[in-house]
Design a protein around this ligand. Structure first.
Ligand SMILES: Cc1ncc(COP(=O)(O)O)c(C=O)c1O
Length: 352
């Protein structure tokens, strides 16, 4: 009889995919931190996805999104994010690998200093991406500026397409159904690793959530594999829980439909943790700074102040409160983003 893992693999193989990263990423036990916390803590090293030294969760999504772009004959790809967006940088790098011209519309959540470019924005320049900085104008919200960036990107794509180019749109965070397929595949990859590690089972998986594509994909994989694991999605920004879960549930359903799976995602099993996003997106918190220091000083590993530090802080808070019981098998899914350790001081805070 075929297992759920085999069936899922076969379905996933039918979608166009371009190989960009290094998979499977390592699954490791954090021995020293486990001992300190009294839980059996593992880490999934998606900071190691590639394609360069600066990996992260977006590479999994881009294998499918750019796989489709290549199949469509793309010459250019446009995407969006904040000026220090990991997604934008990883998209630009992946486009270069595939000979596609990257175009970025970047909202200046933290206004960059042109004479002192840092972190992902510096890498975007080294990659030679076509970069459009979209400031947040007085009286505008971040969402207003983002909406303007989408309109500018749509106009640029129309211009290129009218000139015999093929310009594809990669959504912010790679968060559409096709991008989410990358994380359904990641869940299958994890399950295969667990099987080779003596049938290891996690009661909970903690990860950082932003645009929701990673969360949708993880839940799609969970549904396909029939797992009971609780997925705790720790938000990096303020969100309205109900509309966010509706969006993620829809994405998850659409990803499963693309895969051709008849598994049904369970909206009731979707857990959005809103305890860590404050004081705001790209703003450090005491708890995330503490989490960054703790992982570095026990394990020699790095999480970042914007996403993974806050997700790890969420996990640590649940250990402290007793929500995670002693001896539980818990996975921290490291989604990358370490370049933020070298971003503007408004983003990093004081980390030591
Ligand atoms: C390092 C890192 N972790 C987590 C996330 C959240 O992923 P998603 O946008 O798929 O929710 C992002 C992207 O926004 C990220 O860059």
């Amino acid at each position: 009889m075929r297992t759920a893992i085999q069936e899922s693999r076969e379905l996933l193989q039918k979608l166009p995919r371009t190989r960009l990263g290094f998979f499977p990423t390592p699954l490791q036990r954090l021995d020293r931190l486990s001992e300190q916390l009294g839980v059996n803590l593992y880490i999934k090293r998606d900071d190691f996805t590639g394609i360069s030294l600066f990996g992260g969760n977006k590479v999994r999504k881009l294998e499918y999104l750019l796989g489709q772009a290549v199949a469509d004959g793309a010459t250019h790809a446009i995407t969006y994010g904040a000026t220090q967006s990991n997604h934008a940088m990883e998209t630009a790098a992946a486009c270069r690998r595939l000979g596609i011209q990257p175009i970025l519309y970047l909202t200046a959540v933290v206004p960059p200093k042109p004479e002192e470019l840092r972190s992902n924005l510096l890498l975007d320049h080294i990659l030679g991406a076509e970069i459009h900085i979209v400031p947040i104008e007085p009286g505008e919200t971040e969402a207003d500026a983002e909406a303007r960036s989408f309109a500018m990107g749509t106009a640029r794509a129309a211009e290129l397409n009218a000139n015999d180019q093929v310009c594809v749109d990669i959504p912010m965070g790679g968060a559409n159904a096709l991008g989410s397929v990358g994380f359904a595949a990641a869940m299958v990859e994890l399950q295969e690793q667990c099987e080779t590690m003596g049938g290891l089972r996690f009661s909970r998986i903690y990860h950082s959530t932003g645009t929701g594509g990673t969360m949708a994909g993880l839940h799609a994989g969970r549904a396909m594999l029939g797992l009971e694991t609780q997925i705790v999605s720790v938000s990096a920004s303020r969100k309205d829980e109900s509309s966010y879960l509706d969006k993620v549930h829809r994405l998850c359903r659409d990803a499963l439909a693309l895969i051709g799976s008849d598994a049904m995602p369970d909206r009731g099993a979707m857990h959005l943790n809103l305890t860590q996003w404050q004081p705001g997106y790209e703003q450090p918190s005491e708890a995330s700074t503490e989490a960054i220091r703790l992982l570095a000083r026990t394990e020699g590993l790095f999480v970042d102040p914007v996403y993974t530090g806050k997700a790890l802080a969420g996990l640590l808070a649940d250990v402290d409160s007793g929500e995670i019981r002693k001896g539980e098998n818990v996975l921290f899914w490291h989604t990358g983003g370490a370049t933020a350790l070298f971003a503007e001081p408004e983003i990093t805070g004081s980390m030591f």
